[in-house]
Design a protein around this ligand. Structure first.
Ligand code: SF4
Length: 258
């Protein structure tokens, strides 16, 4: 931890563009915000970490895990970028946001009452990925990988809380390309196009198969929504450690089927 040093940095970039925007918005400023989380703003809950790793505080592995957690916290620089974007058109299976069309029935239904959305990408960056990968043995490698996952997850939560507070959003939800068959991973391309030059902004690029590099990155659209929504409600994957809500096998039929 860097003593007495920073919480997080926020940069807001104003970009004047006419790309893909309707006439009414051509030439208007587009706000892209970049956030950098380091030091005190990186949180690792040791109790939660030990639970995930199934290691008890009295285990001989505990001290080593704590050391790894401290080392990760020292080098972690998590970067996030988002922009404020506007829904311009909605079809039965599609939504057009700032001139870019996404194809998904679930996204279209979930954005039915929404006109302002927040597309984002968050990454742990190359430094942490390299640190985790370079651990000397398989067990430490696994611990370091889990710590990196936790840093990403916790920072994503902090990011959403800050975004909601900043924009006065009371109830929000997220959708992520690739998490549902209805919104496949290939929709990462329009998402990245919507945000802008994500690689130049925070160093995340897409492979040909639309995976993000660095791998410990997350992307999606954050939006205001009354009531609860988790992609997991429509995802049948069994034993997923990331599950946030139970699978509802009737939900698609009841709520999203045309
Ligand atoms: S259950 Fe797992 S894979 Fe499925 S949407 Fe939730 S987190 Fe993603």
């Amino acid at each position: 931890m860097r003593d007495g040093f920073l919480a997080h940095y926020v940069y807001t970039l104003k970009i004047r563009t006419s790309r893909n925007l309707p006439d009414s918005r051509k030439g208007s400023d587009i706000m892209i915000t970049k956030l950098v989380y380091e030091g005190d703003s990186i949180t690792i809950d040791m109790e939660q970490l030990c639970k995930v790793l199934r290691v008890k505080a009295e285990s001989p592995h505990f001290a080593g895990i704590q050391e790894l957690a401290l080392a990760a916290r020292k080098i972690a620089t998590v970067k996030a970028v988002y922009k404020v974007a506007f829904v311009e058109a909605k079809g039965e299976n599609s939504v057009t946001i700032d001139g870019i069309t996404f194809t998904s029935r679930v996204l279209s239904v979930n954005l039915a009452d929404t006109y302002r959305v927040f597309p984002y990408v968050i990454t742990c960056g190359e430094e942490l990925a390299a640190w985790a990968k370079n651990q000397p043995d398989m067990l430490e490698n696994y611990y370091a990988d889990t710590i990196t996952e936790m840093i990403l997850k916790n920072t994503r939560q902090t990011f959403f809380e800050q975004l909601d507070e900043h924009w006065g959003l009371e109830s929000t939800a997220n959708m992520n390309p690739g998490s549902l068959a209805d919104w496949p991973i290939t929709e990462q391309r329009p998402l990245f196009n919507l945000i802008g030059d994500v690689e130049a902004l925070i160093g995340v690029k897409l492979t040909e198969s639309c995976l993000m590099v660095p791998i410990k990155s997350v992307s999606g659209i954050h939006f205001p929504k009354q009531g609860s929504w988790e992609n997991c409600q429509l995802c049948p994957r069994e034993n997923c450690p990331g599950r946030k809500a139970p699978y509802d096998e009737h939900l698609f039929e009841e709520k999203f089927k045309l």
